[in-house]
Ligand binder design. Structure first.
Ligand code: PLP
Length: 366
């Protein structure tokens, strides 16, 4: 009799891969209360009509494979950014480019240094590449501790990820501190600057990260159409790097990963009329952010530069998240650390403010 078939043997290191926790849909609220999902830093605005039209046009051709190199979109992005097209690599969301960055830099047991708490995909892409995560705690005011990150670099370090503005704390790295950091990181190490929220950064905190690449060819910038551009479900992100690094990213990329529909949506979103409307929306969301930050006061971390706020409530985080759930706001809870809330529709922001004010009053009187 043939031996019983068993499950195949999988890579032992897969056990080390944490599972991604996707932002939850909002629970149904009390009768008459509209539910809002503020757990995934999505854009509350629906797609622009011009982008939707481009998507439905492109949908008529989906019996064909997409253009392999996304030539038109790459050309338009290169023109917009003022870089050489060969410096770009596209991916199905910038999460895919994070994975590619780990793949091109790390082999088994190499080390990836990043701040913590930061984006939850970093430990995953590190483990998928078979590498070891080296998590460096943020400073007490929720910023990257660049000094400590430097100190964490060893001979095994192949990749350093800096998230600015940082998800979930909203803090941005400062230009001069980042330049000092880059001067000290050994140039053999790939430094990924994850700028998923760069469009929301205030003028005061923003700097030309692209300009740093001529001085530091080991820097790779990641951006996405998911957040400010409001195209999270189209799955489109890109890397800007040296031609050598960009070429390596393209070499490991999933073939045809960027669909024709995504390419068309990206092109339409870059067109001047769409850009004007997107800038207006970003300005509006930033005004809302300012309003929320003022109302939340000491409950939220100072100077958030993304489309979200961070409430570092420690042990009280779950209690706050529960209050939000009861009011049909699905926030993102980091157990024992804090709560991240997306700046969304004004009504959702109003509700957050009301809950937060009740919460501080309760704790003030306790
Ligand atoms: C949302 C996010 C991304 C990008 O997500 P994609 O949808 O895959 O482009 C990347 N980095 C951070 C820090 C994010 O919060």
């Amino acid at each position: 009799m043939a031996p019983a078939h068993s499950e195949p043997e999988l890579r032992a290191s897969l056990d080390a891969v944490p599972r991604y926790r996707a932002g939850a849909a909002p629970p149904p609220g009390p009768v008459g209360v509209v539910a809002y999902k503020v757990a995934s830093n999505e854009n509350p605005y629906p797609p622009l009509p011009g982008v939707l039209a481009a998507i439905s046009d492109a949908a008529t051709g989906i019996n064909r494979y997409p253009d392999f190199g996304s030539a038109q979109l790459v050309a338009e992005l290169a023109r917009t950014l003022g870089v050489n097209p060969d410096q770009l690599a596209l991916g199905t969301g910038s999460v895919s480019l994070l994975e590619y960055a780990a793949q091109i830099s790390c082999a088994d047991n190499d080390e990836v240094v990043f701040a913590w708490p930061s984006f939850e995909a970093y430990p995953i892409v590190t483990a998928v590449a078979g590498a070891q995560a080296v998590q460096v705690p943020l400073t007490s005011d929720h910023h990257h501790d660049l000094e400590a990150m430097l100190a964490a670099i060893t001979a095994q370090t192949r990749l350093v990820i800096v998230c600015s503005p940082n998800n979930p704390t909203g803090t941005a790295v400062e230009r001069s501190a980042f330049v000092d950091f880059l001067k000290k990181v050994p140039s053999r190490i790939l430094v990924v600057l994850d700028e998923a929220y760069t469009e929301f950064v205030s003028d005061d905190a923003s700097f030309d990260s692209l300009a740093l690449m001529s001085q530091f060819p080991n820097v790779c910038i990641l951006r996405t159409f998911s957040k400010a551009y409001g195209l999270a479900a189209i799955r489109l992100g890109y890397a800007i790097a040296s031609e050598n690094v960009a070429s390596a990213l393209r070499a490991v990329a999933l073939p045809f990963g960027v669909s024709s529909v995504a390419q068309a949506a990206g092109l339409a979103a870059l067109a001047p009329p769409a850009q004007r409307e997107l800038q207006a929306r970003i300005a509006q969301l930033n005004l809302e952010r300012e309003r929320v930050v003022k109302a939340l006061g000491a409950l939220c971390a100072a100077n958030p530069e993304g489309n979200f706020v961070w409430l570092p409530l420690g042990e009280r985080s779950a209690e706050f998240a529960n209050l939000c759930q009861e009011q049909a706001l699905s926030v993102r809870l980091f157990v024992g650390v804090g709560v991240r809330v997306t700046i969304a529709e004004p009504q959702a922001n109003d509700r957050l403010i009301t809950i937060a004010q009740g919460f501080s009053d309760d704790h003030a009187s306790a």
